[in-house]
Write a protein that binds this ligand. Structure first.
Ligand SMILES: Nc1ncnc2c1ncn2[C@@H]1O[C@H](COP(=O)(O)OP(=O)(O)O)[C@@H](O)[C@H]1O
Ligand SMILES: [Mg+2]
Length: 253
């Protein structure tokens, strides 16, 4: 295609990126997905609905996940849409919120997500920690699984390839399906360069998880989303998303 050829239209896409735990590479994988989607012609926006752990820098509260997602997005949006709940304390969001006198509620997240969908063709939402993390310790109890259900988008699971990942991956896949959400695919992220039998563990995941593997991200001293984008396969993810959308439209009709 010539550099001046019109980019063909793309179907709107959104997904929720969860992981087998905190620190497994959700942010790295989400940024890589954003880069891959942009390479496929999408206008992209990352979202981190709730982030805990930030510091005052250059006139605003800075959180690494939010910064990485914004750097990997192709559309410039207000910070409050990328992250409607940016908390300071680096701990579980419900505890950080309680410390700071904030209540994490659904409406601002829904509004920010809807705003991003109007500006971008593809929205990649990074969860918090693992699949089920509390968001509120008060009367309105809800967690990150409820958040994924509220957004009603397919889920991508990042598996940090390290000891314990087989159990965590199968349990997380079960939890996603138990909430009625499709597991659109999983990404193997090699977070431990010294892991014994890493390839065999990944083979076991292929055999255990009834969902497509979207790719493997190699261990990198300084993980770079742009460089890793070519390692992800988008076709199974986009197909799962359009199946889910068609099913949802069928149910609504
Ligand atoms: N493929 C990788 N190779 C090397 N380090 C990685 C890789 N993926 C993630 N990391 C590192 O692991 C840490 C956690 O990654 P991150 O994407 O922030 O995880 P999460 O979002 O699940 O908490 C970060 O320091 C990140 O740089
Ligand atoms: Mg993260």
């Amino acid at each position: 295609m010539s550099p001046h050829a019109p980019v063909p239209p793309v179907a709107p896409f959104a997904c929720f990126v969860t992981g087998t735990d905190t620190g497994v590479g959700k942010t790295h994988a989400s940024a890589t997905l954003l880069r891959a989607l942009h390479g496929a012609g999408y206008r992209t926006a990352g979202m981190k609905p709730v982030a805990s752990g930030s510091e005052w820098r250059d006139g605003h509260w800075h959180n690494d996940d939010v910064a990485q997602l914004r750097a990997a997005s192709s559309v410039a949006v207000p910070l409050g849409q990328t992250c409607p709940f940016l908390l300071r304390t680096p701990c579980s969001p419900h505890l950080a919120a309680a410390q700071e006198g904030v209540r994490i509620t659904r409406a601002p997240i829904r509004a920010a997500f809807d705003a991003l969908r109007r500006q971008a063709d593809a929205v990649v939402v990074e969860g918090v920690g693992g699949f089920n993390v509390p968001l509120d310790a008060g009367a309105v109890r809800w967690n990150t699984a409820d958040l994924a259900v509220m957004l009603s988008v397919p889920v991508v699971m990042v598996v940090g390839i390290r000891l314990g990942c087989l159990n965590h991956a199968v349990l997380t896949a079960e939890a996603i399906r138990a909430r009625g959400l499709p597991l659109a695919g999983w990404i193997a992220n090699r977070v431990d360069p010294d892991m014994l039998l890493a390839d065999e563990n990944i083979a076991t995941l292929h055999a255990s998880l009834d969902a497509p593997c979207l790719g493997e991200l190699p261990w990198q001293l300084a993980p770079a989303a742009a460089a890793a984008a070519g390692r992800l396969e988008l076709a199974p993810l986009l197909a799962a998303a359009s199946r889910y959308q068609a099913e949802a439209a069928g149910l609504a009709a």
